[in-house]
Design a protein. Structure first.
Length: 74
């Protein structure tokens, strides 16, 4: 069985460059809820940055919202 790691990140910014080109920046959650305290205990810092050009994904990420990220070996 393959191991996976679950993390929780918050969108800091979404930049729209036009023509379905968006840049999304996420950081680990902070201690503002019991669940976030448990995540930030083990992932106190980090960064995910994505450049998205898929029209079906535009609008999915919203600044200020939190998202779960699962890391699994490919």
């Amino acid at each position: 069985m393959s191991k996976s790691i679950l993390a929780k990140f918050k969108v800091g910014s979404v930049t729209d460059f036009g023509n379905d080109n968006h840049n999304v920046n996420l950081s680990p959650v902070v201690n503002d809820s019991p669940e976030n305290k448990s995540f930030s205990l083990y992932t106190p810092s980090g960064k995910i940055e994505m450049h998205i050009t898929n029209p079906d994904c535009i609008g999915f990420f919203v600044a200020g919202k939190e998202y779960y990220v699962e890391f699994k070996e490919a």
